[in-house]
Structures are given as C-alpha cells and as structure tokens.
Design a protein around this ligand. Structure first.
Ligand code: SER
Length: 317
C-alpha cells in the first residue's frame, strides 16, 4: 500500500467516528488527520479544528501535514437541513467546493458521500436504478445532486480523482447519527436495550434502504482503494445493503427481547422518507469494483443488541 496522509472532515460524526478508526488501523495512526468543527475530546488522536467553509485554513492543514487524500464527511443531513435550508445549502455546497478546489490544486484523491436523498417522488421506488430521475424534495438531497455533478465536473475537466457512493441509512452501535431521516433505525436499538418503549417518527410500513456500519466502511474503503480505471462513475454510485420497515425491525428485535414494544408518531420526516426509494439497484458498484454487502436485518439486529448490551452494562457498572 502506498503511503497516504488522509484528512477526514466531519470526523466526529456518525460515519467519521468509525471510519477514522479503521483508517488508522490500516494506514497507521500518524497518517490520519481527524478534523471537525469542534474538538472530539480525544487527545490521543491527530486532530485539528476545521470549519470546511474556510478554504485557506484547509490549504494550511494540507500543506502542514502533506495530505494526499480527503474524506469529506462534514455535512448537514436531511431532517436538520429542512429546519434551515439556506444554511444547509451553504455548508453542504461551499464545503464541497472548497474540498474540490484544494483537491485540484494539491492533486488529492477525494471521497464524497452522496445519499439516497438524491432521489424524489418522481423516481421509481423499488430497485431504484443508477440513472433515474433526480428531483429531490429536501435541501440536503438538492445539495447532494449538485455535489455529485460538481464531482463529475472536476473529474472530467481537471482530472480530480473523486469517488462517491450514495449511502443508504447507516446503522451502527459505535456512534449516533445526527439530524437524518433514517436515524430511527439506530435509536430503536438503544431503546430496546434500555428496556424502553420506542416512539417511532416514521410509519410502521415505511420501507427504506439501510446498511450496517461495517458494510458502509468496507464499501467506502474498497471504492477508495480500487484502481482508478475501475471507477467508471465519477458522479456517485448507487450502493445497497439491505432494506426494511420499522415494523420489521421491531419484529426482529422481539426475537431477542420479546417484551419490546414500539409506538408510532410520524412527523415531518415521514414525508421525506416517503419520497425516498424502498430499495436500490447497485449493479454498477458490484460490476465495477466488486461490491457485495454482508449484513441483512437479522445479522444487524444480533450485532447491534450484543454491542449495545455490552456498552450499557459497562456504563451502569
Ligand atoms: N441518513 C441520511 C439522512 O437520513 C440519508 O443520507 O439524512
């Protein structure tokens, strides 16, 4: 493996927390610079405060550490973005633009996370194809569609080695999501382990594409480590893990915790979920760089419950 120095933005977020750990394991602790708008509180890792709106600061860090790759995870998610659309647009767009410009200037490889939120009500919802109508109904989705197109533009025009996937909802025990529509699928496991009744903000039959954190991290690294000629799509790849409804998660959890119960109180996030696909056709990712997910709902449930039980037992004792 070539020597890389990797800068991660949004490193304290749901995916960043886990991805930086895996990057450190693979490339070495001193090769991974975590950045976020606020310090993580962990003094044992290489960390710099960075607001992605400031390109000059970004360039200073790239020179100081000799950065060769950026994973640009800093963004405002779907539900939070709807509370303040202009602010979400500015952060998501200006942030990406700064990253693409420094990538061009310093010849960096870039990872840009897109999302199932690029799709909207006009898109076929079952096995949504790679090339489908992109008419998103959230500012987050609009910023991701624009972002994907800018990535492709920087690749075609300036040869920037930018790679991207459209993540489904991501489920992991290691970190909490913040401000998304798929967040229920993490929170529900915490409630179950704590012995609480879960109040779900989506309808029981609201089916969405989902993926276990381990699969998401592996997909990200497999794409970033693939030979350049295999990465044929430079906007963003459809990516599938599994898909399920809240009612199905409840039934799966009840196989482990029979007394677990959920109630339903759908809010504005239900409308967002209803505009997104139920399932994704990720044939291009499979064909181009060999993607194959490993975790279905039964595996996710068993693993989440085991880890969260351990976590809550350790915090109680
Ligand atoms: N998990 C994200 C959200 O719900 C989708 O990309 O906003």
């Amino acid at each position: 493996m070539e020597t890389e120095t990797i800068l991660v933005t949004g490193a304290n977020g749901q995916i960043g927390t886990v991805l930086t750990e895996e990057l450190r394991r693979r490339y070495g602790a001193s090769a991974v610079l975590s950045t976020d708008i606020r310090h993580s509180g962990n003094n044992n890792i290489l960390f710099e405060e960075l607001d992605v709106m400031y390109k000059d600061r970004l360039a200073v860090l790239i020179k100081k550490y000799g950065v060769s790759q950026i994973y640009h995870l800093a963004a405002i998610l779907s539900a939070k973005g709807e509370q303040n659309p202009k602010w979400a647009w500015e952060i998501n767009m200006a942030g990406l633009f700064n990253i693409l410009e420094v990538a061009r200037e310093f010849n960096l490889r870039v990872f840009f996370p897109s999302s199932i939120a690029v799709f909207g009500g006009m898109t076929p919802r079952v096995n949504t194809p790679q090339y489908a109508v992109l008419q998103p109904e959230t500012v987050y989705g609009i910023s991701k569609v624009a972002g994907e197109n800018w990535c492709q533009y920087f690749h075609q025009k300036y040869g920037v080695d930018v790679r991207s996937v459209r993540y489904p909802g991501i489920i992991g025990y290691q970190s909490l999501p913040g401000g998304g529509t798929t967040d229920y699928a993490v929170e529900i496991f915490h409630s179950a382990v704590k012995g609480e009744t879960f109040e779900c903000f989506l309808e029981p039959d609201s089916r969405l594409p989902m993926m276990y954190m381990a699969d998401a991290i592996r997909a990200t690294l497999e794409l970033m480590e693939a030979p350049g000629e295999d990465v044929k799509i430079r906007s963003s790849y459809n990516l599938a893990g599994t898909n399920f409804t809240p009612a199905e998660v409840v039934r799966e959890i009840q196989k482990h915790i029979p007394e677990f119960k959920a109630t339903y109180k759908p809010d504005f996030r239900q409308q967002i979920a209803a505009s997104w696909p139920e399932s994704i056709d990720d044939g291009h990712a499979r064909e181009d760089w060999g993607w194959a997910p490993e975790f279905g709902l039964p595996e996710i449930t068993a693993d989440m419950l085991a880890h969260l039980r351990e976590y809550y037992q350790a915090t109680i004792s």
